[in-house]
Ligand binder design. Sequence first.
Ligand code: NAD
Length: 429
Amino acid sequence: MTQKQTTHAESDSESTTESPLETARRQLRTAASRTDVDDGVIERLKHPTRVVEVSIPLERDDGSVDVFTGYRAQHDDVRGPYKGGLRYHPEVNADECVGLAMWMTWKCAVMDIPFGGGKGGIVVDPKDLSDDEKERLTRRFAEEIRDEVGPSRDIPAPDMGTDAQTMAWFMDAYSMQEGETIPGVVTGKPPVIGGSYGREEAPGRSVAIVAREAVEYYDERLEDVSIAVQGYGSVGANAARLLDEWGADIVAVSDVNGGLYDPDGLDTQDVPSHKEEPEGVLRYDSSKTVSNEELLELDVDVLIPAAIGNVITADNADRIQADIIVEGANGPTTSTADTILHERGKHVIPDILANAGGVTVSYFEWLQDINRRTWSKERVNDELESAMLDAWADVKAEVDARGLSWRDAAYVVALNRIGEAKEARGLWP
Ligand code: NAD
């Protein structure tokens, strides 16, 4: 093994275990070195505004009482209210919430959405809760963090272990205590109480839009490219189906059990998505199956990892054949793999841009809520298309002007916006 390979492997084992907070701080350092943003601003951005920890007592269905720990981390609100998910998971902790909140700050800034970054959750395995227990836990959590949230303060959304129903309970609990119906306190609600049409499909749609733009940027025609998609859930299936509709050949898709491969292209409408039939991909009749590892290394033009984080690592980055990688999942590429891909001339379109359709349509939902107006699905999709094209153009301008990678360019765009806002507002007192 060459010295270079050893170094990759060693540093990658570090980066795969890198916590979200370490990742977020590393990304901040890298972006800071490529901008003129004031050192004092960078120092402020290393730290969250606050992290609130609460105890949440829950009466179980059998009458006993358990106490759970909940967090809300608020990273930065210089551009607008904090925004980010609530996650119910046994491994939720304060540092993870801060790291993920920082990630939201960059994501909102690169999209030029007037929000900052937040994240929170409860240390609980939702599988251990009945529906009634989950409702009581959510309502009490909403009460415990009521002073921290609000439509102009901090706006939670669904994340791992939470969904539209969880947001409905949260919104109801908050509204009951405030004495008025306040749909804008959370996004990702059911449309009947102020949720937005098109929200569910939005991250996949933004991945598809960005993939289409990237293909065009590198002088290919969408009709001529082959695409492999890892993960056939909300992000992966929606992205695959749109790209299929727009003329691309989706030659491979997978779920947690493995994937299908057909060099002539799959019928993406027929392959069941995670929502339609969980873990149903392999039940579809296809000539060839592939493992998830093999899918990543297929000879395709575009690869869309849209399942989980850290799947492209120092171990397989040398074997990735796709020229364009569009990050549908959050953090699918480790930092060492990112460097390897960059050295190999591969183009990685980063998650904070590619899957930002989710938070963008959350912003549209909030706009609809505070204005008491409902947008049609067509309007949501049109506005998303134009928001994605604007963000794409801003990041592309940095790539073209300075020869940066797409990831570095996206972080530079985000950090410059945050830096300029902090300069304009100044430090009080
Ligand atoms: P989902 O639960 O709808 O679907 C996940 C899919 O990935 C399923 O097909 C599942 O079988 C598959 N999968 C799970 N583990 C896998 C593994 N080890 N290997 C291969 N496939 C695996 O999830 P989703 O909402 O589509 O989210 C996917 C990713 O996108 C996550 O990283 C998530 O954080 C990110 N993301 C989601 C949203 C959103 O709003 N849905 C927004 C931004 C980012």
